[in-house]
Design a protein around this ligand. Structure first.
Ligand SMILES: [Fe+2]
Length: 297
């Protein structure tokens, strides 16, 4: 089982066709019936979406737009200090709205002319093979809900702030979006679950939680760090290791807390040479060899 499975609240479809998002008792929105109902409605939207048609509109409250405005303002300040130049330039190209939550359809329409990427709505966890596979075609699965307003700077799950501020800004970069596509191609190419897991862990330690040397300091390009108000202040104090395919592909991680082991690329070229090249060429056999070498070494 992949760790990501615990990351998302499970979504159940009842016999009568109604959709229910099963929030854990520790979730900030657990005891808020209004929030629970909206989460169910937003999850149902994704289930009813037909690819190729416009993404259904999610109705957000004024309070939810305020959460977006607050977090997006705070993150923009931190990005100037902690995000890579490539990410900052891409965010400048994309120009997400700052005062309200953009609809995923709108995010798609901003992104597509830049790098060809389009968004697809997801109710919750998307099976890994689908999630990664469609990256090869320029599609990104995204949740539509936003975190509970009582904890604007914290979310236990990847919400629209993570998916859009973290990922869409990166997907607006020609060079990062190429890496996303290559990860998708790799996921399509392999058949074994082990190889798929290896690829997804490298994705985790790069496009989700990657850091690199940029402007002579450690900066982040991973969407998980760049969308987290708390984590972005902490990543420079973590255990920073050199970029290493086998280490990334086999290191266990705990999604429920800050990532304490991070892998540093020396530059964007370095990331492209090591990780881009790996995704462009890997297959079941080459990954099995890497894992075997690790065990002997
Ligand atoms: Fe993500």
């Amino acid at each position: 089982m992949f760790e990501e499975a615990q990351y998302f609240a499970p979504v159940a479809t009842r016999d009568d066709g109604t959709v229910e998002v099963e929030l854990a008792a520790s979730h900030p929105g657990f005891a808020d019936p209004v929030y629970r109902l909206r989460r169910n409605a937003i999850a149902a939207l994704a289930g009813g979406h037909v690819p190729g048609t416009p993404i259904p509109v999610a109705e957000y409250t004024g309070q939810e737009h305020e959460v977006w405005a607050l977090v997006s303002r705070e993150l923009a300040i931190k990005h100037r200090k902690y995000a890579t130049t490539e990410y900052l330039d891409a965010a400048e190209r994309l120009r997400l709205p700052g005062e309200r939550i953009p609809q995923l359809q709108e995010v798609s329409e901003l992104l597509e002319p830049l790098t060809g990427f389009r968004y697809l709505p997801a109710a919750g966890l998307v099976p890994l093979r689908d999630f990664y596979g469609v990256l090869a075609d320029g599609f990104f699965h995204s949740t539509q809900y936003i975190r509970h307003h009582s904890t604007p700077l914290y979310t236990p799950e990847p919400d629209v702030i993570h998916e859009v501020i973290g990922h869409a800004n990166a997907l607006a970069s020609d060079r990062y979006s190429r890496l996303y596509r290559l990860a998708g191609g790799a996921a399509r190419r392999v058949e074994s679950e082990r190889a798929l897991e290896f690829i997804s862990k490298i994705f985790w330690f790069t496009l989700e939680f990657g850091v690199m040397t940029d402007q002579d300091e450690l900066r982040a390009y991973g969407a998980g760090i760049l969308s987290s108000y708390g984590e972005i202040e902490e990543f420079r104090n973590m255990d920073i290791r050199p970029l290493d395919l086998v280490a990334m592909g086999t290191t266990r991680y705990d999604i429920t807390k800050y990532q304490d082991v991070l892998f540093r690329a020396e530059s964007l070229e370095h990331l492209e040479d090591v990780v881009g090249e790996f995704w462009a060429t890997c297959d079941d056999e080459s990954i099995a060899r890497l894992i075997a070498d690790e065990r002997q070494g």
